[in-house]
Design a protein around this ligand. Structure first.
Ligand SMILES: Nc1ncnc2c1ncn2[C@@H]1O[C@H](COP(=O)(O)OP(=O)(O)OP(=O)(O)O)[C@@H](O)[C@H]1O
Ligand SMILES: [Mg+2]
Length: 239
């Protein structure tokens, strides 16, 4: 069932204090994301894309404003509730994969379940199923250094799925990959979207357009229209 306002962000501000200077990473972002959508976040470096993703994913608190996800108001949560929110509802995928180098793929995938009191046999079955889903059943015992970048990112996606989250947040998931591996990762995200996940992905790769349902444009910590965005980024790219 589609549910309007699955993610609702209202007048979101995030400031960082750097010594005496205050950096306004987000200055009044409001947006709504529908359940089952595939949203792309675009914006120049420093425009607040990662900050927005991390706040929606409950990795940090905003300076002000509100964030509702799946009916929960997450900015009001304490550390413990936020950890519960992250582990039950959100899967993260990062540009740099963030795998544990000493662990084989299978253990990297099941790692989040260690803290959920799930028995080793069950953990193994679940991670094997997910590795199969991302096309890596034959690499379960490989450590990250024994995998290509694209394969490492697929392991990271399998790990993001281990708790069956409704929401997948990906921050430049193809940024460290060659063009073909990048496309394969986008296709994998698209498959997840088709299976009902809500996806929010930060990317500079315009090929994402064929998979996404909507785009959010960020400039200087604010959402802008596509037209404003195009005009501003054209100006930026002029010599
Ligand atoms: N932990 C932090 N401490 C201080 N300033 C920060 C912190 N995180 C982000 N910022 C600042 O907030 C602004 C937005 O950063 P953010 O990482 O969200 O940008 P971005 O759009 O993801 O950029 P990029 O495309 O380079 O990844 C930047 O000016 C950045 O320097
Ligand atoms: Mg970023």
């Amino acid at each position: 069932m589609k549910n309007n306002g699955f993610v609702r962000v209202a007048d979101l501000h995030k400031d960082f204090l750097m010594g005496e200077t205050r950096v306004q990473a987000l200055s009044g972002v409001s947006l709504e994301i529908e359940q089952g959508s595939f949203t792309v976040v675009m914006g120049p470096s420093g425009s607040g894309k990662s900050t927005l993703l991390y706040l929606i994913g409950g990795l940090d608190w905003p300076t002000s404003g509100s964030i509702h996800v799946d009916g929960e108001e997450i900015e009001k949560m304490d550390e413990n509730s936020l950890a519960g929110y992250r582990s039950s509802k959100v899967g993260f995928v990062f540009q740099s994969f963030n795998l544990v180098s000493s662990m084989p793929a299978e253990e990297n995938v099941s790692f989040p379940l260690r803290f959920a009191g799930i028995a080793p046999a069950e953990r193994k079955t679940r991670s094997q199923n997910l590795l199969e889903q991302v096309g890596l059943s034959d690499r379960a015992t490989h450590k990250p250094t024994e995998l290509s970048g694209g394969q490492q990112q697929r392991v990271a996606i399998a790990r993001a799925l281990i708790n069956n989250p409704l929401l997948i947040l990906a921050d430049e998931p193809t940024g460290n990959l060659d063009s073909n591996s990048g496309l394969a990762i986008m296709q994998l995200l698209s498959d997840l979207h088709k299976s009902g996940k809500t996806i929010i992905v930060v990317t500079h790769d315009s090929r994402i357009k064929q998979f996404s349902t909507n785009t959010i444009f960020l400039l200087d910590g604010k959402t802008v229209s596509e037209q404003t965005y195009r005009q501003a980024t054209e100006l930026m790219s002029q010599p």
